[in-house]
Design a protein around this ligand. Structure first.
Ligand code: AHR
Length: 320
């Protein structure tokens, strides 16, 4: 047998063997994902988006719910490193305190992708890319809507109460910053109380009750860093005998279905969109990273603002 003929036979044998033997099939990509928790309607939609996208793309997803605790996320990331996953992705509950564990991931040569929330690290090479919203701009959008609304009553002082998200989290810091930056241009707009409601309905209600007890009818506007806290606060306003959306203008962020229902019911005035549907992008970027393709350092989601006037028309199009 000539050398050429032997090579052809060997190739044919290998082709036939790999066609029937799955051990030769490409190994599925393994992503370890550490989620913040299940604190809001937004978060639930985000989890569904990530799980569905992984399933659709045949990617093995190791999913860990951190129950809004940074220490749980650190543990999950260490466990992904020990399991030698291909990519680690996570939505950091707070912005700071990630340097050590991310250095461990880098030393293990496992690329890290941030989704939804950013980190504050000394060395930006500790993560490959960030996929998510511009939270500062969301805060500005909420502020601009209020500036515009304030034109209706140019002489009146407008007292605002603010429900902040989780202390130290990127969306809480940035949404506060963006909103303040814009309302500072009108001295009639004053934030009289600001406290965290941890992005949950229960906390949003509880803190709004305290605001109402302290300030009562002085409150003209509620600015909530997410829809869930606004929905909880709406209940508190109603229980205090006032009309949310009328006696107190309600502004929030996310654009979940619950917010659209509240707008249709006339209880919420505007929601600034923040999309949780990051799953398909995450899977694509993870594949690109593993294939050593260049990826942008930041991938920002395109979003909109939905005032109550458009809620009924937009509601059927909402995906979360
Ligand atoms: O990080 C995104 C924020 O986290 C959403 O606005 C909020 O609803 C969630 O819990």
């Amino acid at each position: 047998m000539t050398c050429n003929r032997r090579t052809v036979l060997a190739a044919a044998f290998l082709a036939a063997f790999t066609a029937v033997t799955p051990v030769f099939a490409a190994k599925p990509l393994v992503i370890g994902f550490s989620q913040v928790g299940a604190e809001s309607e937004w978060r639930t939609a985000n989890t569904v988006s990530i799980k569905d996208a992984a399933k659709k793309d045949g990617i093995t997803l190791k999913f860990a719910d951190a129950q809004q605790k940074q220490e749980n996320q650190v543990k999950a990331i260490r466990s992904f490193i020990a399991q030698r996953v291909d990519v680690i992705a996570f939505s950091p509950v707070v912005e700071s305190g990630w340097d050590t564990v991310l250095r461990e991931a880098k030393a293990a040569k496992i690329p890290v992708i941030l989704t939804d929330r950013a980190v504050n690290v000394s060395d930006p090479s500790l993560y490959v890319t960030f996929i998510g919203s511009d939270f500062v701009e969301e805060g500005r959008r909420a502020g601009r809507w209020l500036l515009d609304r304030a034109k209706k009553t140019p002489d009146a002082v407008i007292n605002i109460v603010e429900l902040q998200g989780t202390v130290g989290s990127a969306p809480a810091l940035d949404r506060k910053k963006g909103f303040e930056e814009v309302i500072a241009t009108n001295p009639k707009l004053k934030v009289i109380r600001s406290q965290t409601g941890d992005f949950t309905r229960a906390k949003g209600k509880e803190v709004m009750e305290a605001f109402l007890k302290a300030e009562g009818k002085k409150i003209n506007v509620l600015y909530a860093h997410n829809d869930d806290m606004a929905i909880g606060a709406i209940q508190a306003i109603e229980e205090a005998g006032m009309k949310p959306g009328k006696d107190i203008v309600v502004i929030s962020i996310d654009g979940v279905k619950g917010a659209f229902e509240a707008m249709i019911a006339g209880k919420l005035n505007v929601t600034v969109e923040c999309s949780p549907l990051l799953g398909p992008q995450l899977m694509q970027i993870a594949r690109d990273v593993v294939a050593n393709k260049p990826v942008p350092k930041r991938i920002t989601t395109q979003e909109s603002v939905f005032p109550a006037e458009v809620a009924a028309k937009e509601f059927p199009n909402r995906k979360y």
